[in-house]
Ligand binder design. Structure first.
Ligand SMILES: Cc1cc2nc3c(=O)[nH]c(=O)nc-3n(C[C@H](O)[C@H](O)[C@H](O)COP(=O)(O)OP(=O)(O)OC[C@H]3O[C@@H](n4cnc5c(N)ncnc54)[C@H](O)[C@@H]3O)c2cc1C
Length: 154
């Protein structure tokens, strides 16, 4: 009887330990998980403009939504991305821009854009309204970043 009871206690203890280890591992994986970056360096992806704030007569802040509330853009500091739009005659134009947000800002990214009267991409941003989409690809590594990486590897 005693042997049976001690075996039962042993089985329960093992079951509790297994559940505790499983729950601990799941919690660790949950808090250390890295969100997948949204940007693709080779292909343009579209992001929805959710808020446009005019900061001065020719400067506006544009907030774009990422696919999920816990997504990150995935643009390392010091790098920029390419934005594609249409100029005033409907031709494609691609220009580099640097977000004012970091990957610690989850679920969205922001651009602060100065719009020039004759600017081709400026025209696209001037016309961009909340609910519209902007095509973006990146990161676009500049020469300085490549030189720094090469220097670090030496
Ligand atoms: C790495 C990088 C990051 C950038 N990040 C940003 C950013 O975050 N926000 C932002 O607003 N811009 C940024 N720019 C500038 C941006 O890429 C475009 O050059 C700018 O938006 C003008 O493009 P456009 O097509 O409207 O003008 P364009 O068609 O190239 O130029 C048309 C006319 O606009 C005027 N113009 C254009 N650029 C300038 C200028 N710099 N100074 C004075 N007059 C000018 C001139 O009259 C020019 O003849 C960045 C540039 C680089 C290289």
């Amino acid at each position: 009887m005693d042997a049976l009871q001690s075996r039962r206690i042993e089985a329960i203890s093992i079951a509790v330990a297994v559940v505790a280890i499983g729950a601990g591992t799941a919690y660790y994986l949950y808090i250390t998980r890295k969100p997948k970056p949204c940007l693709d360096p080779d292909n343009f992806k579209e992001f929805k403009l959710v808020k446009r704030t005019q900061l001065s007569h020719n400067v506006a802040k544009f907030r774009f939504e990422l696919p999920t509330p816990d997504s990150v853009l995935g643009l390392p500091i010091g790098q920029h991305m390419s934005c594609r739009g249409k100029d005033s005659v409907g031709e494609d134009v691609v220009k580099p821009y640097t977000p004012t947000t970091l990957d610690s800002d989850v679920g969205y990214f922001e651009l602060v854009i100065k719009m020039y009267p004759q600017g081709r991409m400026s025209h696209h941003f001037r016309e961009l309204q909340e609910g519209d989409y902007l095509a973006v690809k990146g990161p676009k590594v500049n020469d300085l970043s490549i030189q720094c990486l090469a220097w670090i590897r030496l």
